[in-house]
Design a protein around this ligand. Sequence first.
Ligand SMILES: Cc1cc2nc3c(=O)[nH]c(=O)nc-3n(C[C@H](O)[C@H](O)[C@H](O)COP(=O)(O)OP(=O)(O)OC[C@H]3O[C@@H](n4cnc5c(N)ncnc54)[C@H](O)[C@@H]3O)c2cc1C
Length: 460
Amino acid sequence: MKPQHITVIGAGPVGSLTAIYLAQRGYQVSVFEKRPDMRNSNISAGRSINLALANRGIHPLNEVGLMDKIEKMLIPMNGRMVHDIQGNTNFQAYGQREHEVIYSISRGELNKLLMNEAQATGSVDIHFCEAVTDIDFEQKTVSFTNENSGETTTHPFELLIGADGSGSIVRKAIHQQLGSKEHSEDGPFNRFDQLGHSYKELCIPAGKDKNFLIEKKALHIWPRGEYMLIALPNLDGSFTVTLFLPNEGENSFAELTTEESVTAFFKEQFADALAVIPTLAEDFFANPTGHLATVRCDPWHHANNTLLIGDAAHGIVPFHGQGMNCGFEDAGVLNQILDKFADNEHDNWENVFAEYAAERQPNGNAIADLALDNYIEMRSSVADPKYLLKKELAFELEKRHPDHFIPRYSMVMFHLLPYADAQRRGVIQNEILNELTANATEVAEVDMDLADKLIGERLM
Ligand SMILES: Cc1cc2nc3c(=O)[nH]c(=O)nc-3n(C[C@H](O)[C@H](O)[C@H](O)COP(=O)(O)OP(=O)(O)OC[C@H]3O[C@@H](n4cnc5c(N)ncnc54)[C@H](O)[C@@H]3O)c2cc1C
């Protein structure tokens, strides 16, 4: 029979949005979250304070009817403001149409709103400080340890959705049960690939009267080849700044062990940023160093009763600003697939799970690759004249062939076509751009007849 009750693990952004979708479909939903309720306690500093929200995340938020409320929480970022080592800046628009912008949003405020809206449906209850410790897929029970009392309780479940982030216990339980390997060509696998680079969050405070000390409507990047600094604006006039560095070696976290070494590094590499980060050394040592990894696993569901969603299924590195956007898209796709089976009194979760995984897994893998590629683009390519020429040409080709040539960044951030298609088309487009710019230093020198021919042959 159609289950009446669904258990969601994790009240992060994706778990909360999933609970809203399910409640709107008429389910009763219980969400279990290991942390305390962030609405009554301070959100810890130094953990992804703001995020870039883009089209794929906005679309599902619109579907559940929340964008009106969320709009006031957004700061548009029209492009990248690239800071060179001398402190010169160069603005690079993200898109070429008015709506082609991404938005900075407070992760905590968005998460709180989603939890409020989930509870406001009247069909969602959220239990805090309850950490999943064990799942019995045959008996359909899940055990929790209360983070305050240490008490362990076991609850039955009809259907379980693991939205418990990249370190997902639900994923581990599924893959332990399946005997998954870390690497496998043809069997179940559960891989956690560390990037070898980590991040540290810092802050540019607001100026007098909450004014922004650097350009407000941009995502700032200080690209330095092997590493970079970025900054995204907050509504209160401050910026959340994130330093991405290798863990070991030259110019790495391993070298920055004293206040003097941190300040000297910033003086040499990011002098204009240092001028507006008064609490650099203090924040550097107070805030945690966050590690970055890519999670890939197969399968994403188990025993006809358990499904993974969001980072639990596909933790990705943050360089395309898509982790949460992709997780929101997962929730929207799950809802569409449930729509497809809506006439069926006996919701066939086996089919729902299989179709969801068939649709989302290739896309999860594609955005994981694209996010890794984009680290190189952000920390290095954005300062390369050839990259800038190709970017300008890509906009020109998009004007000539708006349905067939869309810059890769735009396909990922401003369109809804599947990530795997964006990846595949992006490779072909890049080959075309390389061919067309091989002997050119400006767009006027590019043979546009050849461009039309190549696009016709390879992309139509
Ligand atoms: C530095 C950085 C920058 C980023 N920037 C962007 C960006 O610009 N745009 C973007 O789209 N994404 C970005 N991301 C990614 C984004 O933060 C994640 O993709 C998103 O938070 C995933 O949401 P989620 O709900 O799936 O997982 P999470 O946000 O990790 O939430 C999982 C929840 O499950 C809970 N939980 C974990 N284990 C248990 C357990 N055993 N029992 C019960 N509950 C549990 C956790 O406490 C948490 O509340 C960034 C990430 C980082 C690190």
